[in-house]
Design a protein around this ligand. Structure first.
Ligand SMILES: [Zn+2]
Length: 305
């Protein structure tokens, strides 16, 4: 057998089985979808978006959170390990509205990544008294209004479908089922607050503007947009005066802060301290809806008594 014939037989014996194999794989993928050959790797910037994305994507996506679930997202900065995570991801879900100023730096290591800005299409409020570098800053706390959370969820669904159209029905059905729960939550908040006479509450940080807008309430706050701030002695005195004027019975605190400041104010006016959660960090054995319901129950202590 000359060398040419031997080479031809070798080529046929390798190429034919290989092409059968390739054909089999591609047909298989056509039938079973994107996730069989590569489970979509999705990152969510912080806890509530992680929960929303997981509910929509179920077992068909591999989702992980960037900002560790016990750390509040204001002022967080990415590490080298976070840059590594983003290198291998297909999609990153962010809140937008200025909550993730680090996003440009992070995505520079993976320019192909799809960024899902969940605030897209939502009309944003300005942060109270916050102008930075001559630019007006937006208030990022949209997820605390269940009506807006539904829009955030639809933004996640739309982009998941864009990148993985074969699972479109699956993603949309999961989102619809969850949206039904959000509508029930919204109705519950609306109904239960409708019988309350009072409108004013004192939150710890400036997280409830969208919520207050949605349910026609007045948010007052102990500190500004960043929960790690501390009020000055003068501010504290002004807040105590305001709490007295508004005849408040409850001074709110949050999970991620020292309750001392709220306790000082409460002691001065004979009020009690309860938690009004901005749902910025994870809480064991709980979820977004349970925590919103707990917030409602605690808010009613102020507004309906
Ligand atoms: Zn916040």
């Amino acid at each position: 057998m000359n060398n040419d014939i031997r080479a031809a037989i070798l080529a046929i014996s390798i190429v034919i089985p290989l092409s059968v194999l390739v054909l089999w794989f591609s047909e298989n993928n056509n039938v079973t979808g994107f996730t069989e050959k590569h489970q979509l790797k999705v990152l969510a910037s912080f806890y509530p978006l992680y929960e929303f994305t997981k509910i929509i994507g179920g077992e068909r996506i591999d989702v992980s959170v960037i900002i560790p679930s016990g750390i509040e997202p204001h002022d967080w900065e990415p590490t080298i390990q976070d840059l590594q995570k983003i290198k291998n991801a297909d999609m990153i879900v962010i809140n937008g509205a200025g909550l993730e100023p680090w996003i440009t730096k992070l995505v520079s290591v993976n320019p192909d990544i799809l960024i899902v800005d969940t605030s897209a299409g939502i009309s944003l409020l300005e942060k109270n008294n916050h102008v930075f570098n001559n630019k007006i800053q937006n208030d990022p706390h949209i997820w605390l209004d269940p009506v807006l959370a539904k829009k955030q969820i639809q933004n996640i669904v739309d982009d998941l479908i864009r990148i993985d159209p074969q699972n479109a029905d699956y993603y949309q059905e999961n989102a619809n089922a969850y949206n039904t729960k959000l509508i029930l939550l919204d109705n519950k908040i609306r109904n239960e607050l409708s019988i309350c006479v009072k409108k004013d509450f004192l939150a710890f940080h400036d997280a409830f503007s969208y919520f207050a807008n949605e349910y026609d309430l007045n948010q007052n706050t102990i500190i500004g947009v960043n929960p790690s701030e501390e009020p000055t002695a003068v501010t504290l005195q002004q807040i105590i005066q305001k709490a007295q004027d508004l005849d408040l019975h409850v001074i709110f605190t949050e999970e991620a802060v020292n309750p001392r400041v709220s306790e000082v104010i409460a002691d001065e006016i004979g009020a009690k301290v309860l938690t009004l959660s901005p749902i910025e960090i994870y809480e064991k054995n709980s979820d977004y809806i349970k925590r919103m319901e707990q917030n409602l129950s605690n808010l009613k202590e102020e507004l309906c008594s």
